[in-house]
Design a protein around this ligand. Structure first.
Ligand code: T46
Length: 140
């Protein structure tokens, strides 16, 4: 599975860094919603679901965490720790975010408004939805 990343140019000077993310220019969808998670407790993992339609870009603007992506056939596990880098999470991807270091802020740019019906929380249902064979590993 190929992980798609976007580079957001930091505008740095003697004061520090500033990153601007512009609609349609920086990422391949209209940004309809922005949310972020912070104060994630040690040992906690988040996500454990997929989306039917939602596309997102994740940017770890402070600290570090890991992201596991699973398309039903393959898995990739990457570290997010660069505030100038966005990772694309397409629809129909199982995602788990974990290993948050203290002070981590994970920013998410989303293609749709919040729609609870868009979530798939059951891993077996996700595999069925994407037409994949049951995965050899259990969900982590
Ligand atoms: C995703 C990963 C990366 C809202 O009220 N509005 C929102 O826009 C969102 C995203 C969440 N919420 C509420 C729903 C729950 O009561 O905030 C609470 C925590 O959300 P959730 O348990 O879904 O958080 P995560 O970290 O498991 O998943 C989130 C997104 O929901 C999801 O779309 O892809 O981050």
């Amino acid at each position: 599975m190929k992980i798609e990343k976007f580079f957001f140019e930091p505008h740095g000077d003697y004061r520090g860094q500033l990153v601007a993310i512009e609609n349609e220019k920086s990422i391949p969808f209209d940004i309809k919603r922005v949310y972020y998670m912070y104060d994630t407790k040690g040992g906690i993992s988040r996500g454990h679901h997929a989306h039917r339609n939602l596309k997102q870009v994740l940017v770890c603007v402070a600290g570090s965490c890991r992201l596991l992506l699973d398309d039903g056939k393959e898995r990739e596990d990457i570290v997010l720790n660069r505030p100038f880098e966005g990772v694309y999470v397409d629809n129909c991807m199982w995602r788990i975010m974990y290993d948050f270091t203290p002070g981590t802020v994970l920013l998410v740019l989303a293609s749709e408004l919040y729609e609870p019906e868009d979530y798939i929380y059951d891993y077996a249902e996700f595999l069925k939805y994407v037409g994949a064979e049951p995965h050899p590993e259990a969900e982590v």
